[in-house]
Unconditional design. Structure first.
Length: 144
């Protein structure tokens, strides 16, 4: 039965019996196995014709923001890393979305290096302060 959109399909599947849902799931698995190349080509074509689709999908899945919200953050930060201030044009990759792992709240956009520093420190403020103290001691020691 063809559906007008994905919501119609989901609505129809919710009303099915457990046996019918299992049969439908088995049919879908079998279809994906036997039509692997066709499905892969359709997906490739879709991504090719909708270049922003994949980035938008990943932003929504991992951070709960849209591509438009990412672009707003980018404009607010003037295209620069929120920590080091270097512009995205200096990097090969786009700026990463930094977020609080406890709450999931997005904090800003960071370059690869700054994002890695925070990740390796597990967002531990004391560890980062100790690192700063260490660098200051080292720099003072070397300069004397």
């Amino acid at each position: 039965m063809p559906y007008k959109n994905a919501e119609d399909r989901r609505r129809h599947e919710r009303g099915l019996s457990a046996e019918r849902k299992a049969a439908l799931a088995e049919y879908k698995r079998e279809y994906r196995k036997t039509h692997k190349e066709k499905i892969s080509k359709q997906r490739r074509d879709y991504r090719k014709n909708n270049p922003g689709y994949e980035k938008d999908r990943l932003l929504r899945y991992f951070y709960g923001i849209s591509k438009e919200q990412y672009n707003e953050l980018f404009i607010i930060q003037k295209g620069c890393c929120s920590i080091c201030g270097r512009h995205q044009s200096e990097f090969k990759k786009s700026l990463f979305v930094d977020h609080d792992h406890e709450t999931g709240k997005v904090r800003g956009l960071l370059c690869y290096s700054c994002n890695t520093i925070l990740g390796m420190a597990h967002d531990n403020i004391d560890l980062l302060k100790n690192t700063i103290d260490y660098l200051e001691r080292y720099n003072n020691y070397v300069r004397k």
